[in-house]
Design a protein around this ligand. Sequence first.
Ligand SMILES: CC(C)(COP(=O)(O)OP(=O)(O)OC[C@H]1O[C@@H](n2cnc3c(N)ncnc32)[C@H](O)[C@@H]1OP(=O)(O)O)[C@@H](O)C(=O)NCCC(=O)NCCS
Length: 290
Amino acid sequence: MKDRMLIRPMTEGDVGAAYSIASDAFAEDREEVRRRSPEEVAHRQERYRHFLRTDPGGAWIAADGENVVGVAIALRREEVWILSLFALDAAYRGRGIGGDLLRHALDYGEGCKGGIIASSTHPAAMRSYALAGFTLLPTLTAKGVVDRRSLPERLAVREGEESDLEFAADVDRRLRGAAHGPDLSFILSSGARLLISERPSGRGYAVAWEGSPWVVAATAEEVAADLLWACLASAPGLEARSEVNWLTGDQGWAVRVALEAGLSLEVAGPICVKGKLGPLAPYLPSGPFL
Ligand SMILES: CC(C)(COP(=O)(O)OP(=O)(O)OC[C@H]1O[C@@H](n2cnc3c(N)ncnc32)[C@H](O)[C@@H]1OP(=O)(O)O)[C@@H](O)C(=O)NCCC(=O)NCCS
């Protein structure tokens, strides 16, 4: 089967197939995919188009003839390489095709000073990243409906605006070693909220989406904690479920907030790091944008 396989650059025409492969690979079940609104499906696909515009050299497809069977999308932000998506059709896994795709995605990061991946718990993924020289940092994820009674009455957080993007870029450079560049504007264009906190003890920003944080980055834990509370407070209704993902061992501040808010902890995939990055704490990355 591997003889028929072609690894080639991804194009706009592959976006629908990449979405299907990613949905099959990562959705909890088929019901989760069916429940997605047309807007959510469009936004997920628009994300791949965004990466094709910003990083055409980082997006790769595995094809069996005309049939798209795998996808890897990598980004470069300043001197940091990021793996945003890596998935194969289940029928094609375990035959070395993912390894070939990953090599192309990794080559795109040549010359970068650091790299970061939010990994699934799939054994082939964790093995591939560890063998590619990444250090695997185990994580927890916190999920559930926020107990509104736990929300602090006052938070030193304000709504952000376009003019705060440079402030966020500066915080990102300190925390992860690279700004999010065009990604923050893209995330905010989907209706996510930018939150800002500036205090004598530190400063930071968060991106909140319907009661969950997409990114939290700050120079002090108490600032990060306020930003996370503000994300949780933004849940659209009393029954809305929140998720706080990628809680490495350095994010005890966020575990405390999540538990106080009444969320439950589960074990999740590792954050994989390599080379020179920022301290990544206090920091909660976004899966696709890190
Ligand atoms: C992760 C994924 C893309 C890897 O692609 P793949 O074609 O299955 O991987 P490969 O066959 O190239 O195997 C990669 C390595 O893992 C090993 N491996 C493959 N399947 C494995 C399994 N089920 N258990 C343990 N190791 C496995 C291979 O032996 C290989 O190791 P080697 O390089 O030392 O020989 C694919 O399995 C997948 O889509 N998984 C579900 C989605 C996912 O979790 N993606 C990762 C997101 S971070």
